[in-house]
Design a protein around this ligand. Sequence first.
Ligand code: UT7
Length: 318
Amino acid sequence: MGLRILSTGISLPKTAVSNDRLATMMNTSDQWISSRTGIKYRHIASGDENLTSLSIAAAGTAIERAAIRVSDIDMIICSTMCGDYVFPSLACCVAEALGVTCPAFDLNAACSGFIYALDIADKFISTGRSKHILIVCAEMMSRLCDWTDRSTCVLFGDGAAACVVGEGNAIKYINLTSDGHTHLLYQQVGSGNSPFRPQKEPGFLVMAGQDVFKFAVSKVGQQTELALQALNLTPDDIDLYILHQANKRIIDSARARLEQPEEKFPTNIDRYGNTSSVTIPLLLDELLEAGSIKKGTKLLLSAFGAGMTTGTCVMIWE
Ligand code: UT7
């Protein structure tokens, strides 16, 4: 016995920022951003919106839809690259807001975080240690980006997506990797005010865009093929490919490699940009709400991110 996803929920900052609006702030254009990435809008946090508030809203919806009591949750895993505090974890902030006292911790596998969280949750449920686990992916990319660097800040968005998982047998395959190319995508912390080392200011997100693009295209393809081979499936056997929404061109290249029709590769990158580990559960939530995923639907989830990490999962919806 492993897990199945019982429910999902999402929460986005109220402000949607268009490419045209960004073009009034920096030397860019809707034409460049849309044609190179597929992005039209992203939600950006403003006012008192923070990761804890977004996470609680997404979690609240997921818990309500799962029709469980808050006290039934026996573990909280948050996937985030940077919570509201260095410590305590975002998961502990969510636990406090929900009023639960279960184990709660954050994990950082960058954009692959949701699949890493699913794998951990699957192990806790399959050993009987947990019955209901709340997974929350929450990212505030607008805090991490250098808003003077047009080559990165236009790509990302903020948001949160949650799911409640319980006992089931949905996961047929899951594989996690990390390749140790830490210089392709990173953000450095500062040195603090220690008198024992030179002062270094904290940095902003830095990305070697083309190298990340090449990594994604080759690695997503390779990991997808491994998953299909392991289950003795062909690309045609998968109903929906739910890929990390980083760039529409990366998704299109995976689709071309697998020779699959466009409708099997749903996207929402046009409305939300790259929300890191949130992209996959955000898309799952939308597809579930639209009735596109039903009992028996075969899904292949695939993500890549800083590290460089990847996560690949095949599940049959229960
Ligand atoms: O989840 C995290 C993973 N991240 C990713 O998956 C990102 C992967 N990489 C990419 O998606 C693409 O590499 C980018 C979208 C980041 C960049 O697209 P590209 O086709 O590789 O463009 P480029 O970096 O080669 O830049 C082409 C030109 C440059 O100008 P010159 O040197 O040719 O004159 C850039 O300065 O585009 C320029 N440029 C821009 N122009 C207008 C870069 N950013 C912008 C911009 N607006 N925002």
